[in-house]
Structures are given as C-alpha cells and as structure tokens.
Design a protein around this ligand. Structure first.
Ligand code: SF4
Length: 193
C-alpha cells in the first residue's frame, strides 16, 4: 500500500500525494459501520463502549447496522453455539467486500471455558477473524484498543489476524510501584517495615 505524503510545506500550505488505495484505506478506517452479533454476557460490555464515557463516535464507528449488506465490520460478541454457526456464516457471506471480523471476548476467540460439544471453540472455525479481543468480558479500553488495531489494518490493507495485547491495570501498577519503592528510614527507625 502507498502512503500519504505532504510535499512543499505543512498540511495547510503544501500538496498531498498519495495512491488511491491509500486514500481509500484512510477514509474507510474512519467510517466503519458495525454489525453486532451479540449472543451472551459480553454484549453488556459491547454496549458500554457505545456510551459517552468511551465515545466510540470519535473513531467514526458508532453507527450499528442491522443489515449485513450495509455493514463493514462483523463484531462477534459472546459464545457461539453449533446451531448459531451457520447463521453467523450466512451473515458474513451477505456482507459486501471489503469486510472485517472482530472476535469480541474469550468465548468468541477460542470458546472460553465452554469445552463442550455445543460450543464452537472460536469463530475463526467459521469466518476469518481480523482482530481478537481477549477478556471475559474484555474491558471497554481493550475494545477500543482492538478497534484502533482494526483501523490500522484497514488503512494498511493488511489481513493478518492481530490480538489485543494485555493492558496494565492502573490500580495494580500503583501497587507494584509502591512495593518496589524503597522505604524511607529515619534516625529513630520510623518508617521501616
Ligand atoms: S467471554 Fe465471558 S463474558 Fe464474554 S460471553 Fe464468554 S463467558 Fe460471557
């Protein structure tokens, strides 16, 4: 894929050179219409991401479409049973190209703790997955990380699957830092532990 370059000054003065596919990728990544295929408890967290606190609208991805023909991203949210598998596949096939798939949560990514004959051990057995978001359920911050990874893929035109890396939980990071900090000693011995 090509890249966008500003020639002859900054963005307000110069001219932009790019390839058409790079321009399309850049435009597409800010206009991702999503199809939520929500089946289980992960759905609650998915809807939380749409709240003003997380403001998914700033990424241009806030509008759900309940017609596969109008959707760009299939969000598979929750556990997928063997009976739901063919329905999911049908929906994916009805989406027009280009299209992307996000596996939201551990169940969608690998079946989670449902190691039984009714549950599909990961939706990539049925449809190609672009982004895996681990977690049971994933935190909204992880979902936003997944969305940004997807936007990067859309712009670059790459199709290799990616997984959202774990985030440091702020509270745990503070505890670790506190533990690592050397204790101040005073002549009277106060502060030693
Ligand atoms: S990953 Fe956890 S929260 Fe999400 S659907 Fe499975 S059991 Fe429910």
């Amino acid at each position: 894929m090509g890249e966008m370059k500003v020639v002859g000054g900054n963005l307000s003065e110069g001219i932009i050179t790019t390839k058409l596919d790079a321009l399309l990728g850049w435009a597409r990544k800010y206009s991702l219409f999503q199809y939520p295929f929500a089946t289980a408890c992960c759905g609650m967290e998915f809807f939380a991401v749409a709240s003003p606190r997380y403001d998914i609208a700033r990424f241009g991805a806030e509008a759900p479409r309940f017609s596969p023909r109008q959707s760009d991203v299939l969000w598979v949210v929750g556990t997928i049973s063997q009976r739901q598998g063919p329905v999911l596949k049908r929906i994916y096939e009805q989406m027009t190209e280009p299209k992307w798939v996000v596996a939201f949560g551990t169940c969608a990514s690998c079946g989670g703790f449902y190691d039984n004959y009714t549950t599909i051990p990961g939706v990539d057995k049925i449809v190609p997955v672009d982004v895996y978001i681990p977690g049971c359920p994933p935190r909204p911050e992880a979902v936003l990380d997944g969305l940004m990874l997807l936007m990067e893929k859309v712009q670059k035109g790459t199709r290799e699957p990616v997984t959202v890396p774990p985030r440091e939980v702020p509270g745990l990071a503070q505890l670790r830092a506190k533990k690592a900090r050397p204790t101040a000693t005073t002549p009277s011995g106060e502060g030693e532990s």
